[in-house]
Write a protein that binds this ligand. Sequence first.
Ligand code: BG6
Length: 490
Amino acid sequence: MTSQIIPVDPFDCIVFGGTGDLAERKLIPALYQRQRDGQLSEPTRIIGASRSPISNDDYRKFAESAIKEFVKPSEFDQKQVDQFLARVSYVAVDATSDNGWEELKTEIGNDTKRVRAFYLAVSPSLFADISSRLKSYKLVHDHTRIIVEKPIGRDLQSAIALNDTIGHVFHEQQIFRIDHYLGKETVQNLMALRFANALYEPLWNSAHIDHVQITVAESVGLENRAGYYDTAGALRDMVQNHIMQLLCLVAMEPPASMDADAVRDEKLKVLRSLSPITSKNADELTVRGQYRAGASSGGAVKGYIQELEHPSNTETFVAIKAEIANWRWAGVPFYLRTGKRLASRASEIVVSFKPIPHSIFGESAGRVVANQLVIRLQPDEGVKQWMMIKDPGPGGMRLRHVPLDMTFAESFTARSPDAYERLIMDVVRGNQTLFMRRDEVVAAWQWVDPILKAWAETEQPPAGYTAGTWGPSAAIALIERDNRTWHEPE
Ligand code: BG6
């Protein structure tokens, strides 16, 4: 069975940072895939914009090689690529001066009925310059949208300032703050699982759930992003956005509908219910780590400091024991962890149910393990409900812990679309459900800021961990103190 593709209205997507890493790895390949699936209508256009003085032809070559490199060879179809490239053009524009803006305006034209999406795949330090020039060159009309990538600020104050800057030019309904984790297939499946089935919701609370774990583990290191990463660190790079968004989807109350504000209102309540972590309890509830030399993906790798070539106290790993202080979740710990150069690339949400109150089976039946729902985001996305069953066969009563595999993706679609494919199409449709509202970003920073402050106050450097392991031993102690263990990704 294949999923149904509904074409979207023609649109113009103008990508600032058009020759950059994000455009190359994600945006161009995502738009190509939408072309291949027949979702783009005529006359949709993609306009690359950046400072490099290159021609349209050179940009098309860049786009073609991006598709070659970042799309599977079996999905590279020369006819589709040519049709896609016919939509692509390029304008050299300087965000910080008036150079190129008249040319951009001419290239875009003045069709004010068509959706016009400006994708700011650039450093946030350019957001102010770009948005004010979009306004002064009269490039913003009612159907104009702006897409901004994280990081939205590096703390509460800078996030407020960035939101103000964009908010001076665009209404909130025109602003699409992207968090690509919300576009991942299994993340949305989590909403289907919770709200399209009667089975889980009655159990989804502190009476039946023992704890929740959210792990986003990466095996990669700095990947040529040292300049950005060393000023950010794992808390800002992964927790403030991706992990907190996942936490919201697990913990939120059922929204009245999938309407953008209905969903975002509920997520906001979760963010506002998080118990504060401050210098009083940060030692007990958080662990910072930094990788040292080790082995990863089968080879020897350098430590963070050697990769960076200067000393740094930036964390490449963080583990947090979070609590949501509301009626549904009081007393249920949410253990969060993420890091670079960990043992494998594995992201999952594990919901651990409480053990049965009493076992009627004798010791010979084996241990009765509590139920676990494992939502695997990547790789090998899927959902498994771990249950106890009777070991088949004529012997005595022996119990076995087995997964009920609810991974249906393969039977429905030949290919799991990249998060960016879905999210860009949502921008064109004007659907903000999977995008962060301004107050969510602020609320997330309100929780993260005191943690950053507490860390800044301590003299302690992050705990070292060997590349290729699951992080510092303090992270293991964080959960084992509570007589629980981290779920070992399969
Ligand atoms: C980005 C972070 O937002 O997400 C990166 O800035 C990280 O540091 C990436 O590697 C992970 O995304 P994914 O989709 O590969 O899990």
